[in-house]
Design a protein around this ligand. Structure first.
Ligand SMILES: [Mg+2]
Length: 301
């Protein structure tokens, strides 16, 4: 069952196709001119368009070209229907993006088979697009925490950095690292370490804004890019995360543990040429937070 849109200037032609296609379980809509097709087809969201070549006013080829220019319609297979089966008109239609061509008078079961073939093509294209979307998601996400990964973080933050630079908007960065993470793993096992990483991601998600970018850069290291935030705003976020983590109790295999995090926070000053410079500074501040006793936020510009 598919949604078929018929375009033909002769009402009897539409009726004949309409009844047959409906009998085969398809949902049908129609138009009697190219313009009517352009007006009605997008709203119907057809799987296939059967388009008459010979129509007064806007021709089938002109209608085809106009359909292919509409973003909502450019992937919909169009089967051209015409009594003129000269090679030139077939070539013309296919060159303009028609999926298939069928000559009048046609044998209905053949037409219906071609419709089904076009529907299958559209479905496999949609499945491919969905699979590509899933792959892109997997390639940009950390599988444990579902935060964005390092590669995606640099991509997204790099573009936020460019925007901040262009519009002279504030942008801040937080580098976060779990304290004594090796000891958690050594004492309780790696499953507890994973619990700690998951908890960091959950707590951080609850403290940041929609527009902030939370990433797991690797190991026990996270970063947050805060577009539009001054260092003071980012410090408030960091302190909320630090306090919340220190109160959390994580559990694994009947054991419980507590842990803390340290953070370095910095802001774009207008002098940095690249996002890396900002991240490196946040990393140095994080290192100082570790040196000064951990479970703390150190900021600077
Ligand atoms: Mg006609």
């Amino acid at each position: 069952m598919a949604k078929i849109f018929i375009v033909d200037d002769v009402e009897d032609n539409i009726k004949l196709l309409w009844y047959n296609l409906e009998d085969d379980g398809h949902e049908v809509a129609s138009a009697m001119s190219g313009q009517e097709c352009l007006d009605k087809a997008p709203g119907f969201e057809p799987d296939v368009i059967l388009l008459d070549m010979m129509m007064p006013g806007m021709s089938g080829i002109e209608t085809l070209t106009a359909l292919k220019a509409l973003p909502a319609m450019d992937n919909i297979p169009v089967i051209m229907v015409s009594a003129n089966d000269s090679d030139d008109s077939i070539i013309d239609a296919l060159d303009q993006g028609a999926h298939d061509f069928i000559s009048k008078p046609f044998i209905y079961p053949v037409l219906e088979a071609r419709v089904r073939s076009a529907v299958r093509l559209k479905q496999s294209q949609e499945e491919l697009e969905a699979a590509n979307g899933r792959l892109a998601m997997l390639a940009s996400t950390d599988s444990l925490t579902q935060c964005v990964n390092r590669r995606q973080f640099f991509e997204l933050s790099g573009s936020e950095f460019a925007k901040a630079k262009r519009h002279a908007h504030p942008l801040s960065v937080i580098m976060l690292d779990a304290d004594k993470f090796k000891a958690i793993n050594d004492t309780y096992g790696h499953a507890m370490g994973d619990e700690a990483l998951l908890r960091i991601a959950d707590v951080a998600r609850g403290c940041i804004r929609e527009s902030d970018i939370l990433a797991r850069l690797g190991g026990e290291e996270f970063a947050i890019c805060c577009p539009g935030s001054t260092v003071d705003g980012a410090i408030r976020i960091a302190e909320r995360i630090r306090e919340a983590i220190a109160k959390e109790v994580i559990e694994c295999n009947g054991q419980t543990a507590q842990f803390t995090v340290s953070m370095g926070v910095t802001e774009y000053t207008g002098a940095e040429q690249a996002f890396d410079q900002l991240l490196n500074r946040a990393d140095r501040l994080l290192y100082r937070a570790k040196e000064e006793g951990r479970n703390r936020v150190i900021s600077g510009v």
